[in-house]
Structure formats: C-alpha cells, structure tokens
Design a protein around this ligand. Structure first.
Ligand SMILES: [Ca+2]
Ligand SMILES: [Ca+2]
Length: 109
C-alpha cells in the first residue's frame, strides 16, 4: 500500500505547530515570571499583626473576614488564623476581633 502525503500542506502544518509551541513556551515563561514576582511581592511586604487578607494593612476587611470565620460563613487558612489569633488560643474568637477593632480605632497598639 502506498501512502501519499500532500507535500504542500506538510510544511505549513509544521510551521503552524512550531508557532503554537513557541507561543505556549512564551506563555509558560510569562506565567513563571509572574508567579515569581507575586511570591517576591508577597514575601517582601511587611508583616502586620491581624492582617488576615495579606494586603499588608489591618482594616475593616480583615475584621470582616475574621467575623465571618467566627460565625462559620468563611474559611480562613491556618496561617490566616494564626495571624489573627491575638490571644494565642489557636482559634479566632470575639476577644481577637475586639482587640483588632480597638487597634484599628486607635484605642490600643
Ligand atoms: Ca488586611
Ligand atoms: Ca484567639
């Protein structure tokens, strides 16, 4: 049995495949660079006590996340719980939330 290959299609198919491969490689490299930048940015930010969402600031957003975690409508990671656990009892409770609220309001440090 003899197979015939249309030689006019083959080079363009290979060229197209190489072009797609180059685009995929470029996207992969870009994703790797963006991931490295995100890790660097996250690690280089100052750590702020009570900062639950990791934006480097303590504010009402953090309190909302903590309150929602307390009533069971939002799950925090273990690291977030540790960061928000002011009284050191390994969980977020009303005492933690009251403390961070007072810090935000300038009632305590
Ligand atoms: Ca925050
Ligand atoms: Ca606590």
């Amino acid at each position: 049995m003899t197979r015939y290959i249309d030689s006019s299609i083959l080079p363009s198919a290979i060229t197209r495949r190489r072009r797609v491969d180059r685009i995929l490689i470029a996207i992969s490299i870009l994703a790797l660079i963006l991931t490295a930048l995100a890790v660097y940015w996250q690690c280089s930010r100052p750590t702020v006590d009570g900062d639950t969402n990791g934006d480097g600031r303590l504010n009402a957003v953090d309190l909302t996340m903590q309150k929602r975690h307390l009533i069971g409508t939002y799950d925090l990671t273990w690291g977030q719980v540790q960061g928000a656990d002011y009284n050191g009892n390994q969980r977020i409770d009303q005492g933690d939330i009251d403390h961070w609220r007072d810090v935000i309001l300038g009632r305590c440090e």
